[in-house]
Write a protein that binds this ligand. Structure first.
Ligand SMILES: [Zn+2]
Length: 420
């Protein structure tokens, strides 16, 4: 059976970030993206923080109002007088910009509240937050950072944490998925370390849903079935480094092993891409790369690609490469996966890391591959096809075509109805 699980990745362009932030905008007194560099946790000098006043923070609270957002509260005093302005800052990943939420100081001048509404992030993301307060004498003070979770207390969840992953699963998903996910990520720990120059900088989170209804609470219409070319598809997951994790539907027909050993590790592969230059290039390049981090099913994928090579039906990598749509949706994943196997078998265990170091340096993905293989892109493809045992190993000459740009946007899979 053609396994047609398909994954999503994420928009991490500046535009997407703006959209995410504008999603946060509505309904709050004022929220804006902090464009300046994150402020240090500790002030450089005592005089540099707090001005001429002495500040006392007695309480900093975070309250999750999932699914509508969250509330920050602070109780603090300044010897310089009443607190007249207060701004809360937060972010869900240490790798992303802070978001600003203008607070409202209380009448007594010894506290403030900031409410964030309509935020489109999954339950259980981390919330790192802090405040900048100003008193009536004009002294400003930045608090220390605090950490919380965007809790979903509206239903039951399982939770398991390791040094590699924090996994949450909605009631209805088999509980084994927690330990399996921890085990899968532990099994891949050294592989991730060896293949990527830049670490993630955070422990990724995997949020596994039993129902699209739950997922749609923060991501409207994500469960909508789309039809194209006679194939019905549906988004199966979403991965985003602005909230440092992946949200995935659980599918009963595949069982918990599939989610733990293939889906989560694949999606963490995308998070590493974002930390190492981005999910760039043709679809087969970055999806095949993420597939390279799946734990099971690799022999089957390789056999399928070798079969295509042997019977002369292997699509070319030129001009956008293999299809990622409809009945051929697996092609880009399987062939892209086989490409990375070839690269590492031919050029050694460092080849993967070297390609992404060059991508991270802005060299462009094709240039990175040409540099590491010391071949032109077309000769490289011929070498790959020869390795696969292709009946027609010579890569076709590239046809001049308009520049194809594949957004690493959500991709789809044939419709399945999760078991109720
Ligand atoms: Zn993917």
């Amino acid at each position: 059976m053609l396994r047609s699980r398909i994954f999503t990745s994420v928009l991490i362009s500046a535009l997407a970030l703006m959209l995410i932030v504008s999603g946060v905008l509505g309904g709050i007194p004022s929220v804006a993206l902090g464009s300046d560099a994150p402020t240090p946790t500790q002030p450089a000098t005592p005089e540099g923080n707090g001005g001429k006043a002495t500040w006392t923070v007695s309480k900093m609270n975070f309250t999750s109002n999932y699914p509508t957002g969250f509330t920050f509260d602070i109780e603090a005093e300044s010897t310089g007088g009443k607190i007249t302005s207060a701004t809360a800052f937060f972010r869900h990943s240490p790798e992303t910009s802070r978001v600003r939420a203008i607070g409202k100081a209380n009448e007594a001048g010894n506290g403030a509240t900031a409410v964030v509404e309509r935020i489109q992030v999954p339950q259980w993301v981390q919330v790192e937050y802090w405040w900048i307060l100003t008193d009536e004498a004009g002294n400003s003070f930045e608090t220390a950072r605090a950490f919380a979770e965007y809790e979903d207390n509206t239903r039951k969840w399982g939770r398991l944490e390791s040094e590699d992953i924090i996994v949450f699963w909605e009631e209805g998903v088999p509980d084994e998925i927690g330990q399996m996910t921890v085990d899968a990520m532990k099994q891949m720990r050294d592989t991730f370390k060896r293949r990527w120059a830049n670490p993630l900088g955070y422990v990724p989170r995997a949020i596994i849903y039993a129902s699209y209804d739950t997922w749609e609470e923060w991501s409207p219409r994500v469960g909508t079935v789309a039809s194209s070319g006679g194939v019905s598809t549906r988004i199966a997951g979403r991965t985003d480094d602005t909230w440092a994790g992946t949200a995935q539907m659980y599918f009963w027909e595949y069982g918990p092993e599939e989610t733990a050993y293939n889906t989560v590790t694949h999606e963490v592969g995308h998070l590493y891409q974002y930390a190492n230059g981005g999910a760039t290039g043709d679809f087969w390049f970055f999806e095949g790369n993420a597939t390279f981090f799946e734990v099971t099913g690799q022999d089957r994928m390789l056999r399928r690609v070798r079969q295509m090579a042997a019977d002369g039906t292997l699509p070319s990598l030129q001009a956008g490469g293999p299809s990622a749509r409809g009945a051929f949706a697996r092609d880009a994943y399987d062939i892209g996966f086989a490409f990375w196997v070839w690269l590492e078998e031919t050029y050694g265990p460092d080849a993967h890391r070297l390609v992404w170091v060059l991508v991270d340096q802005g060299r462009g993905w094709k240039n990175a591959l040409e540099t590491v293989t010391n071949l032109s892109f077309i000769d490289m493809e011929t070498a790959f096809r020869t390795w696969l045992g292709a009946a027609n190993p010579v890569a076709p000459s590239p046809v001049p075509s308009p520049t194809l740009f594949f957004f690493p946007s959500p991709t789809y899979e044939p419709t399945r109805t999760p078991k109720p």
